[in-house]
Write a protein that binds this ligand. Structure first.
Ligand SMILES: Nc1nc2c(c(=O)[nH]1)N[C@H]1C(S)=C(S)[C@@H](COP(=O)(O)OP(=O)(O)OC[C@H]3O[C@@H](n4cnc5c(=O)[nH]c(N)nc54)[C@H](O)[C@@H]3O)O[C@H]1N2
Ligand SMILES: Nc1nc2c(c(=O)[nH]1)N[C@H]1C(S)=C(S)[C@@H](COP(=O)(O)OP(=O)(O)OC[C@H]3O[C@@H](n4cnc5c(=O)[nH]c(N)nc54)[C@H](O)[C@@H]3O)O[C@H]1N2
Ligand code: SF4
Ligand SMILES: [Mo]
Length: 753
């Protein structure tokens, strides 16, 4: 396929954009037959500024999603358990009238909203969801955040002042990468946008760098590493504290230098005293000598980055572990320096980080009704969603709006949520499929698939290992019966406020203009009516993006013929704009009240008590952890034939010692049970998992009646591992669900005689 030539013959156009299926956001070149209106080829864009041609096997999903016969192509409503097609007017009227009626009768908190992971990958969602949420007026906001990175957001907020101040490993320059609870060889990286993980990790080793992986399973990433340490699930905070302990004890902390950057160093040293490598070894399963050796190597490396992800977040001490990851980076002088962990500066960011309000921790301003779990960043822990619906009371949740989410597959104690959704008075879902969750909806509104809409990876440019900007044009027309999420959100928001979509859009633009050009902004001299006229070249989310780019750190500031970025400039750069390696941004970007990194915030210090108690708890029984597969993505790509073919993937991994004790053989079927539920799965015996740990992937269980997932239910039905995870087990500080380290019993199923 000719690369730079936009048209390789009369019918075939090649469009360069990015894949939005995972956080890597690889550049792709999509060949589309304009006559037939279909994609004929998708491959890596060799000239993409970040990915240089790399793509993973999931990329075929980009076009397969648009073509999936099971995909919804028109709104549907549920009548006597069957979905019937309706038109958009009827669908929207029904949704607005039912939601308004419930809100008027029972108050706004009778409506709840759940946003799923694909929202993160769609800039139209990033910009429009706050508008919709404001219009609903509810405080009952949930999302996949609280089964994912919430602990990292809380610890980042406490350390650096903002929930979105993520310190990203400078993977291309580091001499030492210490990975805990992440498997970027399968996941392609998370909170670290870095396409081509295999290439980047290979180059790290080739330049003499070291890779150490701490994981209860010898994962695909651990296989590549110089060293793999098996850790007992849920004990990373103990292990990291032990590293910190050694660094202080052996004098590896440059006290003077670190205190210039950070507060709380003495308090931190005192906290770490009791967590010596010897004291934590029995709990973590890692020998004290190995911990000491690792601490010395990390400190001695010219540059080093510690990185933790799902395994360190979705566990009992998620916030403490996430905090300690950045503590380790900070006290070894690796925060905000090349080769350490650094903060990206995306093109759409406000020009001065420091214009944000300082010292504000949006935590615990309201709580859930039943368990009194704290709000963070405006939302509540999704582990509480089912009980907020099924626990009687005048102020219970009566209606739910899910947007690009599948909480029945993705959140703990799925069976309870599955039942609770049946008890709702009204449910509406915005989704591509009738799946385990949306089958409960009264109305489903179908949206465009990724190739049918333009995109700018707003969140992921803020997590990138290199500053860059990438525009993705739409490649296909959406089917006639579907709408873009932006249109749906604005329509619902406008109508819920007694106005219309245009009014909702206008308000958003005015607010954004006020911030971008208002008092204190470097662009306060820009004439607003003139800016508005310039922005009128665009519509919808693109108009807001243009404003953000032009007033961002690399923007043209609305200067005619100016050098800087604008949406048009980005569109013209078909393979992205490289904005250079990450650069130091401290202390300017810190928004803590002290203006420094706060190493010992009160909330964290108080939570250490809980960790202390863990030291006295004996380690016994089997615990369950999860895993990801390169060819799938959470719960929703199993319906694509190209990705689902091949051997069964939803398999329980069991260590040979445990298998012997349990009498389990390879391929036998076992029942796995926990406090909340039971599933049956086939077994693979492997010493990849450590003794005492079993591993089952999440995102399966596509055998539910009423869903329309013909390929998934036939080829990869599997079982839903969240029928085992327990909604009562939380990282108590953040309210994030514990999805790893679940106590389970495994029993062999005897063949019936
Ligand atoms: N046990 C266990 N559970 C986990 C995890 C784990 O590691 N272990 N991981 C957790 C994590 S990290 C996450 S992020 C969550 C994910 O939790 P969710 O976001 O709730 O689940 P997904 O499986 O990502 O479901 C995405 C939904 O969006 C729909 N969708 C996909 N693309 C689009 C689109 O373009 N438009 C619209 N409108 N809909 C779309 C899909 O059909 C699907 O219904 O799961 C969590 N659950
Ligand atoms: N192919 C594919 N890519 C994906 C996804 C997908 O489903 N499939 N999902 C996307 C999403 S939403 C996310 S959030 C990211 C997640 O990206 P990653 O964090 O890289 O996710 P995982 O591959 O689940 O890796 C988690 C690792 O943690 C280990 N682990 C479990 N418990 C513990 C523990 O207590 N301590 C330690 N140290 N390790 C533990 C597990 O064994 C596993 O190897 O991936 C994204 N990319
Ligand atoms: S790694 Fe695969 S799924 Fe992720 S963006 Fe790249 S091609 Fe898409
Ligand atoms: Mo996630």
């Amino acid at each position: 396929m000719a690369d730079s030539n936009p048209s390789i013959n009369d019918e075939i156009d090649v469009v360069h954009r990015s894949c939005t299926l995972c956080e890597a956001h690889c550049g792709v070149s999509v060949a589309v037959d304009r006559v037939q209106g279909r994609v004929v080829d998708v491959r890596g864009d060799e000239r993409d500024v970040m990915s240089r041609g790399y793509v993973c096997p999931k990329v075929v999903g980009m076009s397969a999603l648009s073509e999936d016969p099971d995909r919804l192509r028109t709104p549907v409503k549920r009548v006597n358990g069957e979905f019937i097609e309706i038109d958009w007017d009827e669908a929207l009227d029904l949704v607005v009238s039912r939601l308004t009626q419930l809100r008027d009768t029972h108050g706004p908190n009778s409506l709840a909203i759940y946003l799923g992971n694909p929202n993160a990958h769609d800039f139209a969602s990033n910009l429009s969801m706050p508008v919709l949420i404001r219009a609903l007026e509810t405080r009952w906001r949930f999302s996949a955040t609280s089964v994912d990175q919430l602990p990292k957001m809380l610890s980042s907020c406490l350390l650096f002042g903002s929930p979105s101040a993520f310190a990203v490993p400078d993977i291309d320059r580091t001499d030492f990468l210490l990975v805990l609870g992440a498997n970027p060889m399968a996941s392609n990286g998370s909170i670290m946008t870095a396409p081509d993980m295999p290439g980047r990790l290979r180059r790290l080793r080739e330049r003499g760098g070291r890779l150490v992986v701490v994981d209860p399973r010898r994962s695909e990433t651990a296989r590549l590493a110089d060293e793999h340490l098996s850790i007992r699930p849920g004990t990373d905070a103990l292990f990291l504290f032990a590293l910190v302990h050694v660094l202080f004890e052996e004098g590896h902390v440059d006290l003077k230098r670190v205190s210039e950057q950070a507060t709380g160093l003495e308090e931190l040293r005192a906290l770490a005293l009791e967590f010596s490598p010897e004291a934590v070894a029995a709990a973590t399963g890692i020998a004290a000598s190995e911990t000491r050796e690792l601490a010395r190597e990390f400190a001695a490396a010219p540059s080093a980055a510690c990185y933790g992800r799902i395994g360190t977040c979705t566990q009992e001490f998620g916030t403490l572990a996430s905090w300690l990851v950045d503590v380790l980076n900070t006290i070894t002088g690796n925060l905000d320096r090349p080769g350490g962990v650094m903060f990206p500066r995306p093109a759409h960011a406000p020009p001065e980080f420091s214009t944000r309000r300082k010292g504000r921790v949006p935590y615990g301003r309201w709580h859930t009704r039943v368990r009194s779990l704290p709000e963070f960043g405006g939302e509540l822990p999704v582990a509480a969603l089912a009980e907020e619906i099924d626990t009687p009371g005048d102020d219970r949740v009566r209606a739910l709006l899910t947007i690009a989410g599948n909480p029945v597959c993705s959140t703990p104690n799925s069976d309870r949520l599955d039942r609770a959704l049946e008890g709702l008075e009204f449910m509406v879902s915005v989704d591509l499929y009738i799946n385990e969750t949306t089958r409960h909806a009264d109305v489903i509104l179908p949206t465009s698939a990724p190739l049918e809409r333009p995109n700018y990876p707003m969140l992921f440019h803020g997590l990138s290992v290199r500053n860059h900007a990438r525009w993705s044009p739409a490649v296909l027309e959406p089917p006639a019966g579907v709408r873009h999420l932006w249109e749906i959100a604005m329509e619902l928001a406008g109508r819920m406020q007694g106005a219309d979509a245009a009014a909702a859009e206008d308000l958003l633009l005015s607010n954004r203009l006020g911030v971008a050009l208002g008092k204190g902004s470097p662009h306060s001299g820009v004439n607003e009516p003139q800016a508005r006229r310039a922005l009128d070249a665009w519509q919808g989310p693109s108009r807001i993006l243009d404003l953000m780019l032009r007033t961002g750190p690399y923007g043209d500031g609305f200067q005619d013929g100016g050098e800087g970025l604008s949406l048009q400039a980005l569109i013209d750069s078909k393979h992205g704009v490289d904005l250079g390696p990450l650069e130091p941004v401290l202390p300017e970007m810190l928004t803590t009240s002290s203006g420094r990194v706060e190493l010992a915030p009160d909330l964290i210090v108080e939570d250490v008590e809980r960790l202390r108690a863990r030291l006295d708890r004996p380690t016994k029984g089997l615990v369950l952890v999860g895993r990801r597969h390169l060819r799938s993505n959470n719960s929703w790509m199993h319906n694509l034939r190209a990705l689902s073919k091949g051997r069964e993937r939803c398999i329980l991994l069991v260590h040979p010692e445990d298998a012997d004790r349990l009498g389990v053989t390879d391929g036998s079927r076992v029942s796995v049970s926990s406090r909340v539920g039971k599933v049956v799965a086939p077994v693979e015996i492997t010493s990849d998992v450590m003794p005492g740990v079993v591993s089952l992937p999440h995102g399966f269980g596509h055998d539910r009646s009423g869903a329309r997932l013909s390929v998934a239910s036939e080829f990869q039905p599997g079982v839903n591992s969240n029928r085992l995870t327990d909604e009562l087990r939380l990282d108590e500080l953040s309210g994030n669900a514990v999805l790893n380290g679940i106590p389970v019993d495994v029993e062999v199923l005897r063949e019936s005689p």
